[in-house]
Design a protein around this ligand. Structure first.
Ligand SMILES: [Zn+2]
Length: 125
C-alpha cells in the first residue's frame, strides 16, 4: 500500500478503488446543503461507499485526532510564535473550526474509506 497515494487520493476525496469517482455530490470546498451527501456507490466503478452498517464510526476517531492536532499546532503558532493573546487565539480557533467542520467531516470519511478499501488499477477488467 502506497501511503502517499492513499493520502493524496483521500485529500482529493475520490473513490479508493478506481480513484476517479467523486466521494461527495458537491465540490470539496463548495459547501451548501449537499455538502454532507454521499452517493451509495461510486458512479465510475460501482464501489459501495457504505460497505457495512456503521462503517463510518471509525472516521469519528480520525476526525477527533485531526481536529486535536490542528488545535495544538494552531495554538502553538498563533499564541507562542505570533504572540496573540490566549483569548484572541481561542476565538480565531473557534471560528476556524466552526467554518471548517464540514471539511473535517468530509476529510475524515474520505480518509477512513481510503484506508479501508484498496486501490484496484484493474477495476474495469
Ligand atoms: Zn470508483
Amino acid at each position: 500500500m502506497n501511503i502517499v497515494a492513499v493520502l493524496v487520493n483521500a485529500l482529493k476525496m475520490k473513490c479508493p478503488r478506481c480513484r476517479k469517482g467523486d466521494l461527495f455530490e458537491s465540490p470539496t470546498l463548495g459547501f451548501n446543503s449537499d455538502s454532507f451527501k454521499m452517493p451509495d456507490k461510486c458512479p465510475v466503478c460501482g464501489q459501495s461507499y457504505m460497505p457495512e452498517p456503521g462503517f463510518y464510526y471509525g472516521s469519528m476517531f480520525l476526525s477527533y485526532i485531526m481536529t486535536g492536532l490542528f488545535c495544538i499546532v494552531f495554538m502553538a503558532l498563533v499564541h507562542w510564535v505570533i504572540g496573540l493573546t490566549l483569548m484572541v487565539s481561542f476565538m480565531i480557533l473557534i471560528a476556524i473550526l466552526a467554518l471548517g467542520s464540514p471539511f473535517i467531516w468530509r476529510m475524515s470519511r474520505s480518509l477512513w474509506l481510503n484506508m479501508m478499501e484498496k486501490y484496484d488499477p484493474d477495476w474495469d477488467k
